[in-house]
Unconditional design. Structure first.
Length: 542
């Protein structure tokens, strides 16, 4: 069978002054009808740029030096802007990583999907509406009539991604490009989207080029795998061969960095003092209409109680809307609970005035999910890290000296204090976020999804760093995540949250091996590639 898409010896140049001369170098890759090819690699590997080249959407200043991109035998590089515009959507569909930025916030979902038909066909308005409604039904969006009239912000993350899939499938393309479409989704929503893409691919006979850095996803859906590093295709082959018998050292390193889905047994001494205790904590949000009347009440956190032994890590897992982040904001003092209380050590936390909030900031600090948006781009990182200690009375010299120590401790060069956030990689920015939190010398660290946006190898490095810092500095940690593989590796105990309530808690190894609640079992069952054992594969290959 001839290839539907054939990328041949593609070389793409980067602008002068980059970290390397070529974004892609001599990349060759084929995609046949009816198969799913996963392109895997870390940030900067060139995987997303490959799909941009196929669609003719290369960034300004990035140019193709040589090679061909053949679509049904026709070189897309010679097609021209108008030809590519007709091809996009009609023959090649695209699902973007972040639907909230890909969708127009000022237009309804129905209008945006309908635009595909208006651009490429002459169908009447009623037919377009009927087809749009049918697409929303096919991707299993609840209440498609309502979704048709909704704006992007009125849908959940999973529903927005389903709407993006409906848009990509509108004209029944022969090939679908999916660029990290499940990275930001909860494990159950991720499983639903993967199943949906796989099911649609089988029923419609599409070819799928799936970009990801998640080997669990690869194990779940891939027919073939292509592994990229620094713009070079270092390994490719059938999924079972690459996952089970990786040949290249880089592939083996990536697989070895995947957290195994098995929690080691960790004991907590019975005499360990309590670092943090939470009793019957509740927080309710009231949404009001234009008359100021309450139109909807949401119990974000309801009657939460738990304790954190000193020097241990408590994992908080659950889907979006389960109350994890609201709990974190209450613990850090960004929100005041409606009911209940919590104690740090033996002291009840009171946040009635500035003095009490300042005291709380010296005890509890937070590492945020997105290290880029949580760092001020206009400030040097040295100023970012020292700002808190200086505000609490340290001299600038003392704060800078401590910042240098923290940079060395977190694996950063102390000379980097004069640089700006954009001059660092994602993993380095997260290390800066950790250093900023530690600069206040806290007893407790609240880590809110601190590795969800990172590549698998960088993720492993940050998890190792947090574990080492906890042991060296005697920290206690609340680790919030929707990634159960990550939770298995770093957490001593777990609480599982659903709809603002704790539905299960216990030692991590017990929760993983003997889950009691149906919701916990559903979360574990939804993990992509749950039957694949990455560490065994890596050891076998080594």
């Amino acid at each position: 069978m001839s290839a539907l898409l054939s990328i041949q010896n593609l070389t793409i140049d980067l602008p002068a002054g980059g970290d390397r001369p070529h974004a892609l170098q001599q990349v060759s890759l084929d995609l046949h009808p009816g198969e799913i090819v996963c392109v895997v690699g870390e940030s900067g590997s060139g995987k997303s740029l490959t799909t941009s080249a196929v669609l003719g959407l290369l960034p300004e200043g990035v140019q193709v030096r040589s090679g061909q991109i053949l679509w049904r035998g026709q070189d897309l590089l010679q097609l021209g802007a108008e030809g590519l515009r007709k091809l996009r959507g009609s023959e090649i569909g695209m699902i973007f990583q972040e639907p909230m930025t890909a969708l127009n916030p000022l237009r309804t979902i129905g209008d945006q999907i309908g635009e595909v038909f208006r651009t490429h066909t002459r169908l009447p308005r009623k037919t377009i509406r009927a087809r749009t409604l049918g697409l929303l039904e096919s991707v299993k969006i609840p209440d498609p009539d309502k979704a048709l009239k909704a704006y992007p912000h009125e849908l959940s993350g999973g529903q927005r991604q389903r709407a993006m899939i409906a848009m990509a499938l509108a004209l029944e393309p022969a090939m679908l490009i999916a660029d990290e479409p499940t990275t930001a989704l909860d494990v159950t929503t991720q499983a639903e989207i993967l199943h949906l893409i796989h099911d649609l691919q089988r029923r419609k006979g599409m070819a799928v080029l799936f970009i990801t850095h998640d080997f669990g996803v690869v194990a779940e859906i891939a027919d073939r795998v292509a592994v990229m590093q620094h713009g070079v295709l270092v390994e490719s082959g059938k999924a079972q061969d690459v996952l089970g018998r990786p040949q290249h050292a880089y592939t083996r390193a990536l697989i070895a960095a995947v957290p195994p889905l098995q929690a080691p047994v960790r004991g907590v001494a019975s005499q360990t003092p309590t670092a943090l205790s939470v009793a019957r904590l509740s927080k309710t949000y009231h949404q009001r209409n234009w008359l100021g009347r309450t139109s909807r009440t949401t119990h974000a956190v309801k009657d939460i109680s738990f304790s954190l032994p000193a020097g241990t890590t408590l994992g908080v897992v659950g889907e979006s809307g389960s109350g994890k982040s609201t709990l974190a904001r209450n613990l850090i003092g960004l929100l005041v609970p409606d009911e209940g209380e919590f104690r740090v050590g033996n002291d009840t936390v009171q946040l009635r005035n500035i003095a009490e909030r300042r005291l709380h900031a010296t005890r509890v600090q937070m590492v945020f999910q997105d290290p880029y948006s949580s760092l001020n781009p206009r400030q040097r990182v040295g100023d970012i890290v020292t700002q808190g200690p200086i505000a609490h009375g340290e001299s600038r010299a003392q704060a800078l000296a401590h910042a240098r120590e923290l940079f060395a401790l977190t694996g950063l060069s102390p000379d980097a204090l004069d640089r700006y956030p954009h001059e660092f990689s994602g993993g380095q920015r997260q290390r800066i976020g950790i250093a900023r939190a530690l600069a206040m010398r806290p007893q407790i660290l609240i880590a809110d999804e601190p590795v969800s946006a990172l590549d698998v190898s960088v993720q492993a490095q940050v998890l190792d760093l947090l574990t080492r810092l906890r042991e060296q500095m005697g920290l206690s940690m609340v680790f919030i995540t929707h990634d159960l593989r990550v939770a298995a590796q770093i957490c001593d105990q777990l609480i599982v949250m659903k709809s603002g309530e704790i539905v299960e808690s216990g030692h991590t190894a017990r929760v993983f091996s003997q889950p009691q609640h149906p919701y916990t079992r559903a979360l574990l069952e939804a993990i992509p590639g749950r039957h694949w054992i990455p560490d065994a594969c890596a050891q076998k290959a080594a």
